[in-house]
Design a protein around this ligand. Sequence first.
Ligand code: ARG
Length: 457
Amino acid sequence: MWGGRFEGGPSAIMREINASIPFDKALWRQDIAASKAHVAMLGAMGIVADGDAIAIRDGLDAVAAEYAASGVPEDWDLEDIHMTTESRLAALIGPVAGRLHTARSRNDQVATDFRLWVRDAIDEADAGLEALQKALVTRAGEHAGSIMPGFTHLQTAQPVTLGHHLMAYYEMTARDRSRFADARVRLNKCPLGAAALAGTGFPIDREMTAQALGFAAPTANSLDSVSDRDFALDYLMAASQCALHLSRLAEEFIIWASQPFGFVALPDALSTGSSIMPQKKNPDAAELVRGHAGRITGCLVALMMTMKGLPLAYSKDMQDDKPPVFEAAGLLALSIAAMTGMIADTAFRTERMRAAAELGYATATDLADWLVREGDIPFREAHHITGAAVKLAESRGVPLDQLPLADLKSIDSRIDARVFSALSVEASVAARKSHGGTAPDQVRERVAEARAVLGLE
Ligand code: ARG
């Protein structure tokens, strides 16, 4: 393509280190679409004759049909998807193919293709997260009143409902979706027409190509257009944050599926067995979601390191932008799908959860709250009295509500028989009806709101 200036050809090492076609062939659909938008504009502006523009357009369609039928050929001498397509176009329609690259450089071309690709990846993540949210609100609605232990430090803290716990992940994924949506807005400007770095002397219409490719507007600065990759970093940051949420959810399922917990029976379809231990059912899908979060974050860091020291405008380092984005997108899509299946098809063992909520003095705060409410005792003092009650119950090996009233009275005479109604796990969750609290009625309200947002009835 640049033979005019060279006497010798590239070495084998040069060809290999330079070739991006092994991975950037994934951009072929975007590359064809952007080239078709470009040539239509060149034709409309009279930069290329109408007949030539039509021949190029039809030729690009023919190349696309070949790629769709038999894949993109990988010739390292052609370096990347842009040269591969142009060379195939020339083979099909002859020298007129050479007019396509008027008023364009691979620098604005790759920036455009990659934005289009990342935009699709954002839309794919959003659709996946929407499906995950639908599964979450469905299961949360079923279990708005199912009681389980809530933890801090993974120590029993207060009873909560399973529905409330699942809706916590609805909230996280809602913020994830909004991060992707923000990234999409910032991404959605078209760099095509920035050319190599300085713009072009040809009378191009950048509004026209931007519109044809679904962008809100052309980008404003040609140097920025070809050298920024923050749209890809925005995507990777949103993907990393999302993967981190999925990893925490996966971790909870791993813990819940362990025999001492026994809170869930994971779907067979998302578990594996052991080659030696016949009884085993392992949560491999959840473990891989947890693992993938690390790799996705690694992809973010990789691209940050690629970009951090580059002067304006394009440098070849930027060719390394694509593998981490492609890798992260694949891992994220799998992670979202795995967790959606896990949420939809896990059997929750609510009797085990409820029994666990009875352990660990989960309603101790309710006793303290009762003393504040009924005895007008300052909370700090109530906390102290309750601590003594827990200590006594623990020494007897009984739950709080099985301590005889006389024993409770010996700790503080202001305690009377009405206290027992506050000490059950049902009473405990029902009492927490502050906005966003775990009371089943609160959870049902939040589920109803979420269902409306998701367009479920
Ligand atoms: N394969 C290149 C990339 O992905 C395309 C841009 C090449 N531009 C250049 N000036 N060499 O970055």
